[in-house]
Design a protein around this ligand. Structure first.
Ligand SMILES: NC(=O)c1ccc[n+]([C@@H]2O[C@H](COP(=O)([O-])OP(=O)(O)OC[C@H]3O[C@@H](n4cnc5c(N)ncnc54)[C@H](OP(=O)(O)O)[C@@H]3O)[C@@H](O)[C@H]2O)c1
Ligand SMILES: [Zn+2]
Ligand SMILES: [Zn+2]
Length: 511
């Protein structure tokens, strides 16, 4: 279990309306348990002082029953634990924990009552007096637990902005949908922000072919973990977390055991995939909530604001994974083709990893921005002979272009040094392009691709972003039907600097 300090800081920011002021935290976490333990000590070893302190001077002395008072103190201790748990740590929403705590409280208190019975009936009057506060405590525990349960409540059905049919100018409709059944390893996340990926547009426009409609897209999600399944160990309720483009893999095959779960043959996407056991189609982050296996739910470092972190969960990871897997670092010359959502994060991450970074864009329109992002150089493919001065000088090029219109692969590949790597992550809608062996014979370069990244890489990327202060360039847009339609039209023209991020989910789906 996380230390109280860790848990308190990681949940502070997100639990709006449920944050306990510092003096209360101090009281429940520090003073109350210490007072209870001190009370138990005196009750057992120094009853006279204890009775004086508690003004229970009417009690017969000596009481031969230190144990009974210690039991009463034990009840207090459970109470302190329960309240800390409910109000401060918020470490579990499992009702079985609450029931156990209350049961222990009752056993300890009834044990206390039973053990004082040899003192005669009148003792119960005194006990009532001594324990009045304890009995009141039970009400407090219920109150704390119910507040916690209300805070963590998850609706039966989720709500999202779905597209009903493919359309290059898609229309969004707010609908309820049934999430997959809640599994032992699942986490329900209340969504606060969601980036708009190029893939969202390819999907709803119909450019990628048949999809399962009605569909809410969106796979750059940040929100608050509400309910967690009984076997979840990686995420705590109340934590600010992210979900990216992948939501499932077998976690058992050769790839899964090798940090390659994104290449598992059973991998499922966050939206548009069919959950095998139920036939339910997974729905993405243009929604109130998302239900995801804990392996694909990532704690977000406090240093990263939600709208900065959200686009990293697909775009950032798609750039980061091929960079680190192919040796991006000091002494390497790295090219990023396409300065869109993935591309600009590619520039930011390649720079943070210590490489010499060149942005390779179609025109000079984004040159000033690329330099501000830290690019050491900028190439515009519209320029005549743009590639000539840099032939055979690059170690890695990550290609994020989402179209092959006018795409001169030969010119790009000519930039690579001997056996250097061309990693294409863009997934254009068109037919594709022909590659001739002669094209890459001159430098013997390797042509490859990359899909998202592993959990381990996601966590490392978020930490790097937090440590180095990496900031996604975001255009924030409140989520609603009209805005979604508008931004899709702009996505079609790659008119965004450099990632849309949907916000104001509370206005549409409630606080
Ligand atoms: N492999 C994966 O795991 C993965 C994950 C997520 C997304 N994707 C795919 O990656 C692609 C990019 O996604 P994104 O969200 O970054 O999209 P985006 O924000 O729209 O950016 C795409 C960029 O590609 C460049 N581009 C567009 N047409 C081009 C052309 N004909 N020739 C050369 N460059 C061109 C543009 O940059 P300039 O204006 O600078 O030229 C544009 O900004 C999409 O196809 C998406 O589906 C793949
Ligand atoms: Zn994506
Ligand atoms: Zn697998």
């Amino acid at each position: 279990m996380a230390s109280p300090k860790q848990a308190a800081t990681s949940t502070n920011k997100v639990a709006a309306g449920f944050t306990l002021p510092v003096p209360y935290r101090l009281f429940f976490l520090l003073i109350e348990p210490i007072a209870t333990l001190a009370g138990a000590y005196f009750a057992f070893f120094d009853q006279r002082t204890y009775l004086d302190l508690t003004h229970a001077t009417s009690a017969p002395t000596p009481i031969p029953l230190g144990t009974s008072i210690a039991l009463s103190q034990l009840a207090n201790l459970y109470f302190a634990f329960a309240l800390s748990e409910a109000l401060v740590l918020r470490a579990t929403s499992d009702l079985r924990v609450w029931k156990t705590v209350l049961f222990c409280l009752l056993v300890a208190d009834f044990g206390h009552l039973y053990t004082v019975s040899p003192l005669g009936g009148q003792i119960y009057g005194s006990v009532l007096e001594w324990n009045a506060i304890d009995w009141g405590n039970i009400g407090f525990v219920y109150w704390g637990a119910s507040m916690r349960i209300a805070f963590l409540a998850v609706p039966e059905k989720f709500t999202g902005f779905q597209v009903h049919a493919p359309n290059p100018k898609p229309e969004f409709h707010k609908n309820e949908f049934q999430p997959k059944p809640f599994g032992d390893y699942d986490v329900d996340v209340k969504i606060e922000a969601c980036g708009v990926c190029g893939s969202d547009y390819h999907t709803v426009s119909g450019g990628w072919g048949e999809q399962k409609f009605p569909l809410a897209v969106g796979h750059e999600i940040v929100g608050t973990a509400l309910r967690v399944g009984p076997k979840v160990t990686l995420i705590k309720p109340g934590q600010r977390v992210g979900v990216g483009a992948q939501s499932y893999s077998c976690l058992d095959c050769r790839q899964c055991k090798n940090e390659n779960e994104t290449y598992c043959t059973q991998q499922l996407d966050t939206y548009g995939s069919v959950w095998p056991d139920t036939g339910i189609v997974s729905q993405g982050g243009y929604s109130s909530h998302v239900r995801t296996h804990e392996h694909w739910v990532f704690p977000i470092p406090d240093a990263l604001p939600s709208t900065i972190a959200a686009p990293m969960l697909c775009a950032g990871l798609t750039a980061y994974s091929p960079l680190v897997r192919n040796g991006c670092g000091p002494g390497k010359k790295v090219g990023i083709v396409g300065l869109g959502g993935i591309g600009h994060l590619g520039v930011l991450f390649a720079k943070a990893l210590g490489a010499e970074v060149w942005a390779i864009s179609r025109t000079h329109a984004k040159e000033a921005d690329a330099k501000k992002m830290g690019a050491d150089g900028f190439l515009a493919t519209a320029d005549k002979d743009w590639n000539v001065p840099h032939k055979m000088t690059f170690d890695i090029i990550v290609n994020t272009a989402n179209s092959f219109e006018g795409f001169d692969l030969d010119a790009y590949l000519s930039l690579l040094d001997v056996h250097a790597k061309w990693v294409s992550v863009g997934l254009p809608e068109d037919e594709g392009i022909k590659i001739r062996n002669q094209t890459f014979l001159a430098n013997g370069c390797f042509i490859g691709s990359s899909h998202l990244g592993s959990r381990k890489e996601t966590l490392a990327m978020l930490q790097l972003a937090a440590d180095k202060g990496i900031k996604t360039w975001v255009e924030e847009v409140p989520i609603n039907e009209t805005n979604l339609g508008d931004i899709m039209r702009r996505m079609q023209k790659t008119d965004v600097k450099y990632r849309f991020c949907l916000t104001n989910f509370g206005d549409q789906f409630g606080a």
